[in-house]
Design a binder for this molecule. Structure first.
Ligand SMILES: [Fe+2]
Ligand SMILES: [Fe+2]
Length: 471
């Protein structure tokens, strides 16, 4: 059982007080982090009391504490899941050897890259979402946004802890750079493309937390298998917080769908838009967009990097222990590929297809969420359904990048794509309409017209609770 020091300036269960050098390095980073938070964290509301949960232990029961907190006073801590005694590497060429407790020299650069890339997404999403508080559809939703934001901040702490504790001077430099890059800044952008576009409306926010945070979940699951034990333990605990982010997205879209169905039935022409709601086709187009952008985050379908990470025991498959075989040698993945302008198939060595294996696991998880949304439509007696587009649709990375596939994955001509893409992706007109709905509702218990109330509030409190105190 790890020792939790909650009263420290940096709450932790990693015995920071015993490691003076590390403690000093992190204490030097802390004010820079707070400067970043004040400059790039949620705009406005920094001085307001928000009903937030804070991680205080890694026990499955009671790991979080709920109270009113001003966001800059949030206790960003460092928590690792408990160590598994005598843990060994679970896959790849070094399978069965003891897991590394100290970063192995031969994998130092690769691991640093993996940690920096993961770490960079955490502050990036806070930056992307920083103006959304001003258009929250309810105080409940505003609080959920801020909860996600502070936890992404803590995820940055988690990665910076690894950089500081394991990578010496270059680790400290990388930690500084994580505070210097800015989402959408052409001179110093965030590392991954999807994290450079601002999220300026709540439909995008819910799709982001549904689909992009879920990519995060699968990256964390793959890293939780890592033979580099500090990384595995850090990411395992991050997953407990990540679950809430996906709840925000999945239930957020579900409440939009529920409200849309209600408004469709109320309208004489069955048109939710006439009633101030978001039409299903607009929801579907945003789903298509965010699903495609999030699929890109898994990387190329055929990847020698992915093969090398797996071989080295650095990044596994999600739930690696559920597989019967852990070397992934002499096995193949049957991949749909484009050859001479037509779709065909090709066998790819399994290790080279590891990004695609992880992507497939992710797609199944997304489908489960979409099924829940469709249950709302079915319960409302409507025949319309939402669906995931093909994995080939609107991709920018990998073997389908920039190819004109329709929503079902059929290959079109470029001309046909240009003519028809507005059927599948949000048009300027769609975006402008969604923008007109972005008006804050800031009275406890009230909610915007285009989204249903949640079935329940937070931690036993009613929806009407003042989750953010605005006075
Ligand atoms: Fe995160
Ligand atoms: Fe997240």
């Amino acid at each position: 059982m790890s020792n939790v020091d909650l009263n420290a300036r940096i709450p932790n269960n990693v015995d920071l007080a015993q490691d003076k050098r590390l403690l000093r390095a992190l204490e030097q980073w802390l004010p820079n982090y707070l400067d970043w938070w004040k400059e790039m964290g949620p705009e406005g509301f920094q001085e307001k009391d928000v009903w937030l949960r804070t991680a205080i232990s890694v026990d499955a029961e009671g790991w979080a504490h709920f109270d009113y907190v001003k966001m800059p006073d949030y206790r960003w801590g460092i928590f690792l899941a408990d160590a598994v005694g005598d843990r060994t590497i679970g896959f790849g060429d070094a399978m069965g050897k003891p897991a590394w407790q100290v970063v192995p020299g031969e994998h130092r650069n690769t691991l640093r890259r993996l940690i920096v890339t993961q770490g960079d997404t955490e502050p990036a999403s806070v930056e992307q979402q920083r103006r959304l508080g001003h258009s929250a559809p309810s105080l409940y939703d505003m609080r959920n946004l801020f909860q996600v934001n502070v936890e992404e901040g803590r995820h940055l702490w988690a990665m910076v802890y690894l950089l500081h504790s394991q990578f010496g001077r270059d680790g400290r430099e990388e930690a500084e750079e994580l505070l210097e890059r800015r989402s959408g800044n052409p001179d110093k952008p965030r590392i991954l493309g999807a994290f450079n576009a601002p999220i300026d409306n709540w439909l995008d926010f819910f799709m982001f937390t549904m689909f992009t945070d879920r990519d995060g979940k699968y990256q964390l699951l793959a890293l939780a298998e890592s033979g580099f034990d500090p990384l595995a333990r850090t990411t395992r605990f991050m997953l407990t917080e990540e679950a809430h982010h996906m709840f925000v997205g999945e239930s957020g879209v579900e409440r939009i769908v529920e409200r849309t169905a209600e408004l469709m039935k109320r309208d004489p022409n069955g048109d939710a838009r006439n009633q101030g709601g978001i039409p299903l086709d607009v929801i579907q187009k945003h789903l298509n967009l965010w699903f495609a952008l999030s699929l890109d985050l898994f990387g190329g379908e055929i990847s020698s990097n992915a093969a090398a990470y797996f071989a080295a025991g650095l990044k596994g498959r999600a739930f690696e222990d559920k597989y019967a075989e852990h070397t992934a040698l002499e096995q193949a993945y049957r991949m749909p590929v484009v050859k001479e302008g037509a779709l065909g198939e090709e066998d790819v060595p399994l290790r080279n297809a590891m990004n695609e294996v992880l992507r497939d696991q992710y797609v199944l998880d997304c489908q489960r969420g979409v099924d829940r949304w469709n249950n709302r439509l079915a319960e409302a007696g409507l025949s319309e359904r939402l669906r995931l587009p093909s994995k080939r649709f609107h991709r920018h990375i990998g073997i389908y990048a920039e190819m004109p596939f329709d929503q079902d994955g059929a290959l079109l001509t470029k001309e046909e794509w240009e003519r028809r893409k507005g059927e599948w992706l949000p048009t300027e007109e769609n975006k402008a309409y969604v923008r007109t709905l972005q008006k804050a509702v800031m009275q406890p218990g009230e909610i915007a017209n285009w989204i249903a109330r949640p079935a329940r509030g937070i931690k036993g409190l009613p929806f009407e609770h003042a989750y953010v105190r605005l006075d």
